[in-house]
Ligand binder design. Structure first.
Ligand code: HEC
Ligand code: HEC
Length: 360
């Protein structure tokens, strides 16, 4: 239960990112990461063979789509902005509502969920088993006689733990290079810590408290007026136990409520990281803001309207100069983009009957 004392925790220091965690139950190894990269791009891990992770988080644009609201698997739409995958290694909660507790668990939903990959684990395992190169790699890395779904999840998660920010200009500044960022960005940093109050929620090395807040982000007209997005939204609410009266009448994303079913959690979302924003527009859970200048204007007005709006938001009275400075600071948190192109994927081999081990 969130208490006032928790909300008042002093902000943690903003530092460069430490090296990424390598969980004991899924240590990161080069071989596993190489396999995970192939799986990330492989359409065969969706029901109709048409959708990969890269479809909704395209590697050539910062591992996130540039659309406000994500597409869905064939014939569906999603109802939220596709998250950027930069630095996911460092979070403890995943998705805009923080519903998932590990990358592996998030990815289970991404491959099998009705509005994304929609694939059945048994079907996916059978497809993997028919690719000789995958059989060999799963055998070597995980000791699987035939590729298993949990191993596929471990591999693709290990790959994502490598998608991290390299040193951004602000990190060099933190390490003592005064000239790594402009004077305006340095003033912006002071505003971020002080008058603009951003650090109350965007703190620590990620510039995220990994907690939930309601800001009153405006509803997206694209979301409200699209039958296909509304269909997905209502289907997902219904299948996750949101009471019928609510999911039939609600007009906007329920945020954390979707997970906890507590009215106090309506409209709350997990605070995103502020690293690499230059590469990941548009912004917010519904992609409503195209630019960082729009985001700053939104905070300057004290956020939007919502019954659960965080008491930490208030009108800021930023001057035009303050806004430019804050923007320059945010821009100093982005480095060179990470990009990748789809690799050549291993082909199916001659049909191999699992269990027919005399042939192996
Ligand atoms: C159909 C589009 C689609 C596909 C396919 C898809 N994603 Fe996503 N992904 C999204 C959307 C939209 C979100 C935000 C979901 C939410 O908040 O409920 C998301 C969220 C995530 C997150 C959470 C990031 C964070 O910071 O919380 C991760 C990690 C992720 N996806 C990885 C993957 C991987 C890996 C795959 C392939 C196994 C994949 N996604 C396939 C659309 C997709
Ligand atoms: C009360 C906590 C809180 C405060 C204070 C706060 N933020 Fe946020 N910030 C959030 C949350 C939560 C979101 C996601 C909201 C959503 O999508 O509905 C967010 C989203 C953002 C985003 C979009 C990131 C993305 O990937 O889409 C930016 C940029 C941002 N904040 C910058 C700032 C700046 C600059 C300030 C200070 C002027 C600030 N924030 C103050 C909690 C906060």
């Amino acid at each position: 239960v969130a208490t006032a004392a928790m909300a008042d925790r002093p902000p943690r220091q903003i530092t460069p990112l430490p090296s990424p965690p390598s969980p004991a139950d899924n240590p990161t190894t080069a071989e596993k990461v190489r396999l995970g990269r192939l799986l990330y791009f492989d359409n065969r891990l969706s029901a109709d063979g048409a959708t990969s992770c890269n479809t909704c988080h395209p590697a050539h644009t910062g591992y996130t789509a540039r659309t406000a609201i994500s597409m869905g698997g064939t014939g569906t739409s999603h109802w939220r902005n596709s998250s950027a995958l930069y630095n996911v290694a460092y979070f403890e909660k995943f998705n805009w509502d923080g519903a998932r507790r590990s990358i592996e668990d998030q990815n289970d939903g991404a491959w099998s969920g009705a509005v994304a990959g929609n694939v059945d684990a048994d079907l996916a395992e059978e497809r993997l088993a028919q690719v000789p190169e995958y059989r060999e790699r799963f055998q070597q890395i995980f000791g699987d006689q035939y590729p298993t779904w949990p191993s596929a999840l471990r591999a693709v998660a290990a790959f994502q733990r490598t998608l991290n920010s390299k040193d951004v200009p602000f990190d060099a500044f933190l390490r003592g290079d005064e000239r790594a960022i402009s004077a305006a960005a340095q003033r912006g940093y002071q505003l971020f810590l002080g008058k603009a109050r951003c650090v109350r929620c965007h703190d620590g090395p990620l510039l995220s408290d990994d907690r939930y807040h309601a800001l009153g982000v405006p509803v997206s007209p694209d979301f409200l007026n699209s039958p296909i997005k509304q269909i997905t939204f209502r289907f997902e609410q219904a299948s996750n136990g949101v009471p019928r009266a609510l999911y039939e009448s609600v007009r906007d994303d329920l945020g954390l409520y979707y997970v906890t079913k507590r009215p106090a959690d309506l409209g709350k979302f997990r605070t995103p990281s502020l690293r690499e924003l230059k590469h990941t527009p548009p912004y917010m859970h519904n992609g409503i803001f195209k630019t960082l200048a729009q985001v700053i204007d939104f905070y300057d007005q004290g956020g939007g309207e919502h019954p659960n709006k965080s008491p930490l938001l208030r009108e800021l009275n930023l001057s035009t100069q303050d806004k430019t400075d804050l923007l320059e600071f945010l821009e100093s948190l982005s480095g060179d983009p990470l990009t990748d192109r789809p690799p050549k994927l291993p082909d199916y081999g001659e049909y191999h009957r699992p269990g027919d081990d005399a042939r192996d």
